[in-house]
Design a protein. Sequence first.
Length: 246
Amino acid sequence: DPPASFDTYTDPNYNGPRLILPMGGFASTWASEEEIKYIRGLYAGEVSFVDYCLGEFFKRLEELGYFEDSLIILTADHGHPLADHGKFLKGPDRMYSELLKVPFMVYYPGCKHKIVDALIQFPDVLPTALELLGLKGDARCMQGLSFAKVLTGERNRHREYVIMGYHESEDRCIRDEEWSYIHRPEDQPDELYNLLEDPRETLNLINERKDVAVRLASAFGKYFFKTGITLIKGLQAKYELDGTEV
């Protein structure tokens, strides 16, 4: 529920219930289209408020003389589904962009304004921060890989693909720069989306482009220390960190 001065994205004529935090799960069980629109407006107002607060924080850093010498990394632990695929809030089955993609901004002394399209994962943040601070050292004990050279323009790409999922769930998502393949449990169909042509992930191409699904699924083998995996089911969390440096 944003402060009144930032609540500019909701319909002023809305007469429904006052909603602050929606219940998780299927939106259709309790929320009308009008209520969903209202909730999204509240969220947009909150984002606007956070943007303002960050501006105040950065301004104060400048006033204190700290900004130019600071390393600032802004991100979040996950996105926030608002009925985009029929459900509210996070969950292990919501393997779509609204949950998987997060804001990510980096400032360091001497950096240039640029937008980077390279694929990165959360474990990459720490080794990157250490390298930017001149504390690179031996990062082989870390799961992540520094993408500092992507930020400095020495490299354009970082990872071929990224893998996401909740460790207690069989739902997994693997993405490259064009495709998103979602591996589902035994009793559910897998999903495949072209992120360039269908960024909202509305058209499941798992039957039309099985070649892409097989290619992406084979990369699970590199992560789970398996080989030759295709469109099989039953990946277990115990494989997630066993025998791999990824």
